[in-house]
Design a binder for this molecule. Structure first.
Ligand code: ADP
Ligand code: ASP
Ligand code: MG
Length: 438
């Protein structure tokens, strides 16, 4: 029969109507034994995600402000779901408890995690399944990093396909028992961990699109759907901004060879996208598998004559980032120069500090900072082995009159990254897509 883990995203669980679709999907296949829900997402464009409301509540707490109005909105979302489903469940009991606990929290994790927690309580009651609190089975170490080994063992010991269960996404616990969340979009990671722990045959990731498209459907109209893609290609696309699936959700399953299937809750018959270790058959998509990107990077270019012969130069540069807890996205380099490409949110106001430490410790000839840069990754297995790919890409950008500010090709030859000004981002994605996909 096989065992499937089904993760449902925020829009798939945003209303009573959405819950009904989820129940029908889960019960349609008896191998779907474990369900991982997200918090209620947006029901319409102007709506707010419950997780965003919860973070706002926590911000109010930190500022010593009242959060009752925000919490009332959250309460209403859950009450509407429970009444809409005609469920005999006292959701107010849980909400009251959370409203009382919120003011005692110094970190946002507890608040943020309650969106998934409450959706888990409701979904378990609606399916008549067991509710398993992920603080029991998903563990972080004292540095706040996932303890994969312990988590895998705890999941294997706690869950069994004979006892179908609902496990909320997005959080686990620290060694002291306190709640710790994954980064935003992290319910995908929980789903992957559960799939790994129960040795699932398939990890289904149910969302609001019929699979992974060759480009973001909000930028390119009606992009081609990718029917099959490798873990590596998907990781490149996800890491570079195609956030259909959190990039950290790939490793736990790819390492043990569990395939991922992206599916659409609103179109359950559609086969979606399969993500597997290797694809040997020729694919319909052509020379590239996809284009993905993200805005708001800061590029710090550092020049120093004979940099390449100065022992430890790059190590000292990176130790500055390490000290300030900043991770970089890319580090293109040339003779006598190296650039750090960092997401603005990751720099988090520490740019001046980084620059003064670079001056102090590296004595560079020149440092230039370029802000508001968008990076676009064009991804495909064996990209570097095909002729003319780069020429086509740069021609397309030139024809669209887009100035390329940075180029980086990873050594595995699977992607080619260009940096453009933020304002050229959408235009550049469309130009690249059109150059390769007809
Ligand atoms: P969920 O709430 O189900 O986790 P997300 O909002 O995290 O869903 O991810 C799904 C969204 O990702 C889609 O609605 C779509 O707008 C966006 N997206 C970005 N790039 C792509 C792509 N290449 N293919 C499909 N969807 C994409
Ligand atoms: N609810 C969380 C978020 O909005 C986690 C998730 O949806 O995966 O980021
Ligand atoms: Mg998501």
């Amino acid at each position: 029969m096989g065992v499937k883990v089904a993760k449902f995203g925020g829009t798939s669980l945003a209303s009573a109507e959405a819950f009904r679709k989820v129940k029908a999907i889960v019960l349609a296949d008896s191998s779907r034994c474990f369900v991982v829900p997200s918090a209620p997402g947006k029901r319409a464009a102007e709506d707010q995600k419950v997780t965003d409301l919860l973070y706002q509540c926590h911000d109010r707490v930190i500022q010593g402000l009242d959060f009752a109005d925000l919490f009332a909105q959250i309460r209403k979302r859950y009450q509407d779901i429970v009444t809409g489903l005609d469920l005999d469940l006292d959701i107010n009991k849980y909400l009251d408890q959370i409203e009382q606990q919120l003011p005692n929290q110094s970190q946002p994790d507890y608040a943020a995690s309650r969106g998934e927690y409450l959706n888990g309580i409701i979904l378990a009651a609606y399916l008549g399944w067991e509710f398993v609190d992920p603080t029991e089975i998903i563990r972080f170490n004292s540095h706040g990093f996932l303890d994969l080994l312990q988590t895998e063992q705890l999941i294997a010991a706690r869950l069994s396909p004979e006892r179908p269960a609902v496990i909320p996404g997005f959080f686990g616990s620290m060694p002291d028992g306190s709640v710790k969340t994954f980064p935003r979009g992290g319910s995908d990671i929980t789903g992957a961990l559960i799939a790994r722990g129960v040795k699932a045959d398939l990890y289904e990731n149910w969302t609001d699109v019929s699979g992974f498209y060759m480009a973001d459907p909000r930028i390119v109209s009606e992009p081609k759907l990718i029917s099959i893609i490798t873990y590596r290609e998907l990781r490149e696309l996800a890491y570079n901004g195609a956030n259909v699936l959190h990039e950290a959700a790939i490793y736990p399953v790819s390492q043990v060879g569990i395939p991922i299937n992206i599916r659409n809750t609103n179109d359950p018959q559609a086969p979606g996208t399969m993500i597997v270790k290797e694809v040997n058959e020729p694919r319909e998509c052509g020379d590239i598998i996809g284009v993905a990107g993200q805005k708001d990077f800061v590029v710090i270019q550092i020049e120093k004559a004979l940099m390449n012969s100065e022992m430890g130069f790059v190590r000292r540069l990176l130790s500055i980032l390490e000290e300030l807890h900043i991770s970089f996205a890319h580090m293109p380099s040339g003779i006598d120069m190296v650039s750090l490409v960092i997401l603005k949110t990751e720099l988090n106001g520490k740019l001046e500090q980084v620059l003064s430490l670079i001056q102090e410790r590296l004595d560079p000839d020149r440092v230039e900072v370029v802000e508001q840069i968008a990076l676009i990754a064009t991804v495909g297995q064996g990209l570097a082995r095909r002729y003319g790919i780069a020429a086509r890409l740069f021609n397309a950008l030139a024809e669209a009159k887009i100035n390329v500010r940075m180029i980086d090709q990873n050594s595995g030859g699977i992607n080619l990254i260009v940096g453009v000004a933020n304002q050229d981002f959408e235009k550049a994605v469309r130009a690249i897509y059109q150059a390769f996909v007809r």
